[in-house]
Design a protein around this ligand. Structure first.
Ligand SMILES: N[C@@H](CCC[C@H](N)C(=O)O)C(=O)O
Length: 294
């Protein structure tokens, strides 16, 4: 195969990614190529792409190069770019450590993103990421079919709308095959929408909820780390707590959000690499370009 692209496939609670090693930023990544790689029938398949590039070698990472060697260049499966991906950082850190590109430090491995530097503490199974502080900022709604659910907008570096279900409507009843309708004026750059229902209490945790998510640029996914952070922030706030831990059950497993005594926010859960390979770009079905390349 001429000019193959090497990849690793990984996931965090079934939020899955095509990881592209590109330390020197030489890969010509375009929205159509990303969409083709993420195609689940004609490509490798994934909710998004994580390009592993040295911060110094990426225009949006260079400003962080003194503090973080690596930049997570995250793309959604439709070829759009997002500021941040919480599960992505966990899988990215797993990739760096397993490929001897970084050494896990007790204080956390710095990973530069478009939303700033996150710190990943790498364990055998669980990877915990110190996230940016979620900002709860506005009331809004999301409409799914004939159901309109009140929600709270939360900025986690990327935009979220957390909607709590009430009145006997459960998560299972929601059809998320199309995007929920939201206030376009409030969410000019689009939004990730989380629907939440309470779950039975768990020992050692302050709150326990279940969530489904419709992600901007990827559709319904099995999990969303920044979405879980937004949900955890709203759950603690609604409980009148300024610190604590929230278990967030997603379709693909369990994430735990913690706000510690120092006011630091953490996202914890498993991160797994499952395959490596080489893809022939000429064999991919490249869709017509709809967005500009980065
Ligand atoms: N699944 C991710 C979020 C990915 C980005 C999101 N779709 C966006 O466009 O903001 C996560 O784990 O946080």
């Amino acid at each position: 195969m001429m000019g193959g692209v090497f990849f690793t496939k990984g996931h965090g609670t079934a939020n899955d990614f095509v990881i592209l090693p590109d330390p020197d930023g030489e890969l010509e990544l375009t929205p159509p190529l990303v969409a083709a790689l993420c195609d689940r029938r004609r490509g490798v398949g994934g909710d998004g792409v994580l390009r592993v590039v040295r911060a110094a070698k990426h225009p949006e990472g260079a400003g962080h190069a003194a503090d973080a060697e690596w930049f997570m260049d995250y793309w959604n499966s439709d070829g759009s770019i997002a500021e941040m991906c919480g599960n992505g950082v966990r899988v990215f850190a797993r990739y760096l450590v397993e490929n001897n590109l970084a050494t896990p430090a007790p204080s956390g491995l710095p990973v530069a993103t478009r939303a700033g530097i996150m710190f990943a503490v790498v364990g055998a199974d669980t990877i915990s990421v110190r996230m940016s502080t979620p900002r709860v900022y506005a009331a809004s709604t999301a409409t799914v079919g004939s159901l309109t659910v009140p929600g709270i907008a939360v900025d986690c570096g990327n935009p979220h709308l957390v909607c709590g279900l009430h009145d006997g409507v459960g998560l299972a009843a929601l059809d998320l095959t199309t995007a929920p309708l939201v206030d376009q004026a409030l969410f000019r750059a689009g939004v990730n929408v989380e629907f939440v229902e309470p779950a039975a209490g768990l020992d050692g945790l302050d709150r326990h909820v279940r969530m489904r998510v419709h992600e901007r640029g990827s559709g319904e996914t099995q999990s969303c780390g920044t979405g879980a952070l937004a949900v955890g922030a709203v759950a603690l706030r609604d409980a009148g707590l300024t610190t604590g831990s929230v278990a967030v059950d997603v379709l693909g497993g369990r994430l735990v959000i913690t706000c510690d005594e120092r006011g630091a926010w953490w996202l914890a859960g498993p991160a797994v690499l499952v395959a490596t390979g080489e893809v022939d770009p000429s064999a991919l079905t490249i869709p017509p370009a709809t967005t500009q390349a980065n």
